[in-house]
Design a protein around this ligand. Structure first.
Ligand code: SAM
Length: 290
């Protein structure tokens, strides 16, 4: 397995490739081999599996992945980083490097749209922090679902994902991710493990996309919409948020909220998944759509 984390490897390639760190691409490279191995170890890749890596950079995780997964598909937006990676891992026959924006790539097509087929499909990323939420949602929406996703995120995001309903860190993102996946924080990573050193510490989380939703709903699309709608205006009542989001008459909305056993004056941030499910079913049943 190749270790592509050493500060001298990173510095030397910066010198010869034309690469420079871009803050807007969240480019903080891992420079500790033990941490990289621990992250890849958490994914438990095997020779029968295909792993999608988002943002491989200079390959801190990729080198270890190539040593254990059957196939590695790495999507990197930065032309210079992709060039360094191609050269460093040119002997790895199970690696495919794509120079693309992961947010504009058909990820399911990449994994499943070829002749090759694998026992299971997983994803891993030391995430560019500025695209954390949309990327997580894209990974969770891949069908057939991934069997495991390991992500390095800002510690604050890991805390948000674990936040209880009503707590200050609870958000629509928390509720939507929990509806789609089981989420577990695995371990913390100090900001000093990166080059350049970012402003905040990180944590590694595991997401397991759910086979079936944790609460039953008539429409998953309405459930996701309902969560978004309920948080659409912080500090406003649920009745206000929902009538504005769904552009529905206030009296009808209040009646539907009450029919779900919830007070129209409640705040979205106090609701748990079961509350959102009852609300979603009530609105869906009444034919209300965004
Ligand atoms: N995996 C490397 C590591 O652990 O050292 C690099 C991680 S760095 C935090 C994030 C990487 O994601 C960078 O290489 C950056 O260029 C890449 N990236 C940023 N936005 C991206 C996007 N939209 N699509 C693909 N890669 C992206």
């Amino acid at each position: 397995m190749k270790d592509l984390t050493s500060p001298s490897y990173i510095s030397e390639n910066i010198r010869k490739s034309g690469f420079f760190f871009k803050k807007n691409l969240g480019q903080n490279f891992l420079k500790e081999s033990a941490v990289a191995q621990k992250i890849v170890g958490s994914l438990e890749p095997t020779g029968d599996e295909c792993v999608l890596e988002i943002g491989p950079g200079f390959g801190a995780l990729t080198g270890f992945l190539c040593g254990s997964a059957g196939k590695v598909i790495a999507v990197e937006i930065d032309h210079f980083a992709a060039g360094v990676l191609r050269e460093a891992l040119e002997d790895e026959e199970n690696l495919e490097i794509l120079e693309q924006d992961a947010l504009r790539t058909d990820l399911a097509g990449l994994l499943y749209g070829t002749e090759e087929s694998y026992g299971s499909y997983k994803a891993i990323s030391n995430l560019p922090y500025n695209i954390t939420s949309p990327l997580i949602m894209r990974l969770l929406e891949i069908k057939p679902r991934l069997s495991s996703i390991i992500l390095m995120v800002q510690r604050e995001v890991a805390d948000r994902l674990a936040a209880p309903a009503g707590g200050k860190d609870y958000s629509s993102f928390t509720a939507q991710v929990r509806f789609l996946a089981e989420c577990e924080k695995l371990f913390d990573v100090s900001k000093n493990s990166f080059m350049p050193v970012p402003g905040v510490d990180s944590a590694v989380i595991r997401l397991i996309p759910r086979e079936a939703p944790p609460v039953s709903v008539k429409s998953e699309t309405m459930m996701m919409d309902m969560i978004k709608a309920s948080f659409s205006m912080r500090r406003k009542t649920l009745a206000n948020c929902l009538s504005s989001y769904f552009r529905a008459e206030r009296g009808t909305v209040s009646d539907l909220i009450e029919s779900a056993g919830i007070a129209p004056s409640a705040r979205g941030e106090t609701l748990d998944l079961e509350d959102f499910a009852r609300l979603a079913d009530a609105f869906h049943g009444a034919g209300i759509r965004r």
